[in-house]
Write a protein that binds this ligand. Structure first.
Ligand code: MG
Ligand code: MG
Length: 273
């Protein structure tokens, strides 16, 4: 069932979504080579709880952590653990924040130190594709218009693999609501979208093949060819003329640029679209 949210509900979702952005900003300040990914998860969980929220992902269908941390060839749903970040890694951090009855959901991929230019470009293109999808989240468009915008830019223009097994989604009282928002599709296909819907738009884009596999832990999704994958996500309100991101990358980007351990040369202003 698709939900149309009131203005008041959308403002509560915005508060949760901005708290996800604040959490990812703390992550951006914290990241450096040598830290274990479990320590990022612990820091973020403490930050979420200190701000009166509940980590949306913890215990969601049994997921054991507050963040999904997906390094290099891990696409999504990676477990935080004993792995120590090293120079040249990329790390996708996906976070959900629940407060006052509503979830926010957003993700960002960071580059640690000396990351190859072709991988930095993957990050830049994937981030840009989120905004191209958001732009299509307008009243009377269809889900396929969002999907097409993402796939056209990332695959047809840049030749990357667009993951099909995992998709964006409605978000609100539940973390995952209808409708599904695939990152591939055709213009004019799929369900009509209406002003007041809130969608998580989240391209998962691979440097190589689009094929993925799930590891034996039942969660961790990796690229079939072992090449890196990027993931950016905005909780997005469907508006009359174009979608409006309710989460924000701006504070994350500011922290990323201020952290000398991070490579922010893939930086793209939100105003770019
Ligand atoms: Mg997410
Ligand atoms: Mg999501």
């Amino acid at each position: 069932m698709v939900h149309i949210r009131t203005k008041q509900e959308i403002e509560i979702i915005r508060s949760s979504a901005l708290m996800v952005s604040a959490t990812l900003t703390e992550v951006a300040k914290f990241l450096k080579p040598g830290i274990k990914t479990i320590s990022i998860d612990k820091m973020a969980e403490q930050f979420i709880r200190d701000n009166g929220g509940i980590p949306s992902f913890k215990n969601y269908h049994g997921f054991p952590y507050s963040l999904c941390i997906s390094v290099n060839e891990v696409v999504v749903h990676g477990f935080p653990g004993e792995y120590e970040l090293k120079d040249g890694d990329i790390i996708s951090v996906d976070c959900g924040f629940y407060k006052n009855g509503y979830h926010g959901d957003s993700a960002y991929t960071f580059a640690i130190g000396d990351v190859k230019p072709e991988v930095l470009k993957l990050l830049r293109v994937t981030k840009q594709s989120v905004y191209l999808g958001v732009e299509q989240a307008r009243d009377h468009n269809r889900i396929g218009d969002i999907s097409y915008a993402v796939e056209n830019y990332t695959n047809r223009i840049h030749g990357y693999g667009v993951v099909r097994e995992l998709v964006g989604h409605g978000v609100g009282k539940e973390l995952h609501e209808d409708p599904q928002v695939p990152n591939n599709g055709r213009r004019g296909d799929g369900k009509k979208i209406k002003e007041g819907q809130v969608l998580a738009i989240e391209p998962m884009i691979n440097l190589g093949t689009r094929d993925v596999k799930t590891l034996t832990d039942g969660w961790t999704v990796v690229t079939a060819d072992g090449k890196p994958s990027a993931h950016f996500e905005h909780t997005t309100a469907v508006r009359k003329n174009k979608g409006e991101p309710l989460s924000s990358f701006a504070p994350i980007e500011a922290a990323e640029q201020a952290n000398p351990e991070l490579n922010s040369s893939h930086y793209y202003a939100e105003a770019a679209v």
